[in-house]
Design a protein. Structure first.
Ligand code: DLL
Length: 434
């Protein structure tokens, strides 16, 4: 067995609980003193830092929601002075505002450490050539994976996303053995590789570290068959850290959570009650070592369960099963997080259509597609049918710039979208992701 950090990955459960407790106590004190929003939340329920003596007291603390981050936009939840922040990342918010996170030097060090553990678990070595085809930029995928590769002393090809022909050339010519990208892009690449007449044996590729979106075991099998590699699942979210909050080991049966840095809980999303290992619910994280943007009991909205029992790999960290959806309506389209509310905001703000719309998502030839069907106003319908295409393009361009992905807009006749008597069903997602 190979580990990056055997001491931390394989310590006894008792030792880890002790470590988590010590780190939690310090964290709570730190956020109470430095983040007015947390101080307010704790004061409101009468909890003081000295009430938290260890992990057994975690449930005394309030949950943190995405709305807490939105309400303190952009930097209100940062726990260190800006001079200590060395990197900013951001992801989609539920409306116009992004969710902004900040990292200190030490946070980036911890992130690279977790990513290093994930890559080594996937079979990387200092001799590996690793192509990072996650997007570089505000999205955490590219830079997150990048520094893990450098940490283990392997060679990184910072390909970023897009330009598939060039990606394939680099995979082949550079002798890349490990690929990091979204699972849907891996499938797309596999097809394009086949179309280019390249045989599996011509590539040195042996493993892929895929995440940022939900995918099934069936998809894993398909990627493995088509590319002739082992496919590893990696999980993360900007609010907590980015890729490598949890990752598959060589067993590929559950993603080990980096529990010396994150405390994981599974809760009943309706009652907030903590569920025992094995039961499915919403995943909640507390970041016990983060300095710049620490979060207490952050509700991810992602649904999974802890796989009970020990992993044969020897790591003692608990494992999360493949994700089984979300408790909210966030969609992940080509790796980009999209909230239907963002689309609604754009439509209403532009005011050129009626407020009746439908979002259709599909996966065609391993490529996610998104169409927004929106009703024209009766006046527009009778007056300016000739302007249809111009208006569609205008809305599409605006959505494209807000969401960061291309969306096809189709104007439809007034009253043609089914009205609902209860909650409107705005999204029709034909992909089979769970
Ligand atoms: O997607 C971080 C990441 C980058 C993870 C690269 C793995 C690889 P966000 O853009 O903030 O961060 O999106 C986070 O994506 O709450 C999940 O809903 C979903 N997600 C991420 N990884 C997985 C996965 C990055 N392995 C949101 N399986 C999360 C299922 C995933 N869903």
């Amino acid at each position: 067995m190979t580990y990056w950090n055997e001491r931390c990955e394989c310590m006894s459960r008792d030792e880890r609980t002790q470590l988590q407790s010590e780190r939690l106590v310090k964290l709570v004190k730190r956020v109470y003193e430095n983040v007015p929003h947390y101080r307010g939340k704790m004061d409101a329920i009468g909890v003081k830092p000295e009430d938290i003596k260890g992990v057994e007291d975690l449930t005394k603390l309030p949950f943190t929601l995405k709305t807490d981050i939105r309400d303190t936009y952009p930097f209100g939840m940062f726990a260190t002075p800006m001079t200590d922040i060395v990197r900013i990342h951001a992801s989609s918010g539920t409306t116009g505002k992004q969710t902004v996170v900040g990292y200190t030097k030490n946070d980036l060090e911890v992130w690279a450490e977790c990513m290093a553990r994930s890559l080594i678990g996937a079979g990387a070595t200092a001799d590996s050539m690793i192509q990072v085809s996650y997007g570089y930029g505000l999205f955490t995928g590219g830079l997150g994976a990048h520094y893990g590769v450098e940490k283990i002393g392997a060679s990184v090809v910072p390909a970023s996303s897009g330009n598939t022909a060039r990606q394939i050339t680099m995979l082949k010519d550079f002798g890349v053995d490990i690929l990091c990208c979204t699972p849907s892009y891996a499938l797309y690449l596999a097809e394009e590789i086949a179309n280019a007449g390249i045989k599996k044996g011509e590539l040195k590729l042996k493993a892929g570290v895929f995440g940022a979106e939900p995918w099934t075991e069936e998809m894993r099998t398909e990627i493995q068959d088509k590319l002739g590699i082992k496919a590893f699942d990696i999980y993360g979210l900007s609010e907590i850290m980015g890729p490598s909050v949890a990752c598959d080991c060589e067993e590929r049966h559950g993603m080990h959570v980096q529990e010396d840095h994150f405390i994981v809980e599974i809760i009943n999303p309706d009652t907030g009650e903590v569920l025992p290992d094995g039961e499915k619910g919403e995943v909640v994280f507390t970041t016990i070592t983060k300095e710049g943007f620490p979060l207490i009991r952050y509700r991810t909205r992602d649904i999974s369960r802890i796989i009970p029992g020990d992993c044969p790999c020897g790591r003692t960290t608990r494992r999360l099963a493949k994700f089984q959806g979300r408790t909210d309506d966030m969609l992940i389209v080509r790796g980009v997080n999209v909230f239907p509310s963002q689309i609604e905001s754009v439509l209403l703000e532009m005011g050129e259509t009626a407020p009746h719309y439908e979002i259709l998502v599909d996966r065609i030839s391993n490529h996610d597609t998104m169409e927004v069907h929106v009703e024209m106003t009766p006046a527009f319908f009778s007056d300016s049918i000739k302007n249809l295409e111009i208006t569609e393009k205008k809305i599409s361009a605006r959505l494209n710039s807000v969401l960061g992905i291309s969306v096809k807009v189709v104007l439809v006749e007034p009253k043609s979208i089914e009205r609902s008597e209860g909650k409107a069903k705005r999204v029709i997602d034909k992909r089979k992701l769970h």
